[in-house]
Write a protein that binds this ligand. Structure first.
Ligand code: FAD
Length: 376
């Protein structure tokens, strides 16, 4: 197989071809046995992991808005592959941003070239199992500065396919560490992927760690308080989830627009949703670059928007667009195998993926028709 050229501009014809290839295969990824290894490797070989890194870390110095636009376009073509890519890119960014030269030297080149697949299991430090009394994945320090990890990382996308997983763990004193754990270490048990209502082919599952001994050379960050606020792993932060939601919304709008060729009553619906989607994408791209930074291929609005508000609106839009597409597709859309049914299920993912509690609470209030104050 020939290696595709590394894409350095979104205007490269190769980027359009990559999106077309992803879209052509998107309907194939339905169950955990359907891991989209080919498209993931194609994206990595096309430079998709380098897009989110600076040149001193092996990247291509793309501005945050350009990174988001690229992932938005990929998500429009194939959400499963693009979602896996975000977790892969998250592992790359965390390791690239590490002050530990040993961990960078061990993994970076193999990860960026696509020769090694990496992923993250960090949600238990942010949005998962936060209500429990004890950390679900604990760490204790060894005399040589290493760690022993015990417990469970509840959500790890592509765990069974990963050679390395960046895991978050909590020490008894409350400090946290991020560790690049090779999956062939004794005591690491990766689930094969659970069956979910959508994105099952992302092979998301828990990873159990039975007294896994990790050396200092594997520590990415910490132990420190609030390790997630350190390093450059956050990248564009929560905005990336919104970029993917708007990508899926755009796929549903394209379907409505195609249908409207033969059904003129759908034209104003598709047009209005398209305007909403474009306005939200503009806000997203504006919010991605701090004031004063150059923008690429986007229009500026007066004030950058709050990422939380952007996520809330993107969640709302992706639900509206996919359900509008289902309404237009009628019973045919409800039959297994029609893309609109898959998109409707995928839209629900944004209600739970990395969803900050205020957005979840706001959504619940809207559904129940109560004000945020009433709900406490
Ligand atoms: C398809 C998919 C892929 C994912 N991939 C990754 C990944 O690769 N890496 C990663 O780090 N994360 C990943 N995540 C995790 C994701 O970002 C969220 O953290 C996760 O969806 C939060 O859900 P949870 O069930 O763990 O939440 P929890 O808050 O743990 O809720 C679980 C259950 O606990 C109960 N509960 C919740 N809150 C309370 C409370 N206050 N008091 C009492 N009971 C409560 C409820 O019954 C709830 O159903 C993924 C999630 C999904 C769905």
């Amino acid at each position: 197989m020939t290696t595709p050229p590394v894409i350095t501009r979104l205007s490269d014809p190769e980027f359009g071809s990559l999106c077309d290839d992803l879209a052509a295969q998107a309907s194939l990824w339905n169950v955990p046995e359907h891991w989209p290894g080919g498209p993931i490797h194609q994206c990595a070989a096309s430079g998709a992991l380098r897009w989110t890194l600076s040149s001193d870390h092996g990247g291509v110095d793309w501005s945050p808005d350009r990174q988001l636009l690229a992932y938005h376009r990929l998500a429009q073509a194939d959400l499963t592959t693009t979602f896996v890519l975000t977790q892969y890119a998250g592992a790359c960014r965390r390791i690239a941003g590490s002050e530990n030269a040993a961990v960078r030297a061990r993994h970076m080149e193999a990860l960026l070239s696509g020769d090694r697949f990496g992923t993250v299991g960090i949600s238990h430090l942010t949005t998962s199992r936060r209500h429990l009394d004890r950390p679900i994945l604990s760490a204790r320090q060894t005399d040589d500065g290493g760690l022993v990890l015990s417990g469970v990382a509840p959500w790890v996308t592509g765990a069974a396919h990963a050679e390395v997983i960046v895991l978050g763990a909590t020490l008894d004193d409350g400090r946290e560490a991020l560790v690049a754990v090779p999956t062939d270490l004794p005591g690491v048990h990766c689930g094969p992927g659970v069956s979910m209502i959508a994105l099952s082919a992302s092979c998301t599952d828990m990873v159990r760690l039975d007294d896994v001994v990790v050396s200092p050379s594997m520590i990415v960050a910490g132990p420190v308080d609030d390790v997630m606020s350190t390093g450059s792993g956050g990248g564009t932060g929560g905005l990336q989830t919104s970029a993917l939601a708007l990508g899926l919304a755009a796929a549903a709008i394209d379907f409505l627009a195609d249908e409207s060729d033969a059904r003129p009553e759908l034209t104003p619906i598709a047009d209005q949703l398209k305007r909403d989607c474009e306005a939200q994408l503009d806000d997203l791209l504006t919010a991605a670059n701090p004031p004063g930074e150059d923008q690429h291929q986007v229009h500026k609005t007066e004030a950058p928007c709050d990422p939380m508000a952007i996520r809330g609106r993107a969640n709302d839009l992706v639900m509206r667009c996919t359900q509008a597409a289902m309404t237009a597709a009628k019973g045919a859309g409800f039959v297994e195998g029609h893309p609109v049914g898959r998109w409707c299920r995928e839209a629900l993912f944004f209600l739970v993926w990395s969803c900050p509690q205020p957005i979840a609470q706001n959504h619940l209030c809207n559904l129940a028709g109560v004000s945020g104050d009433t709900a406490g």
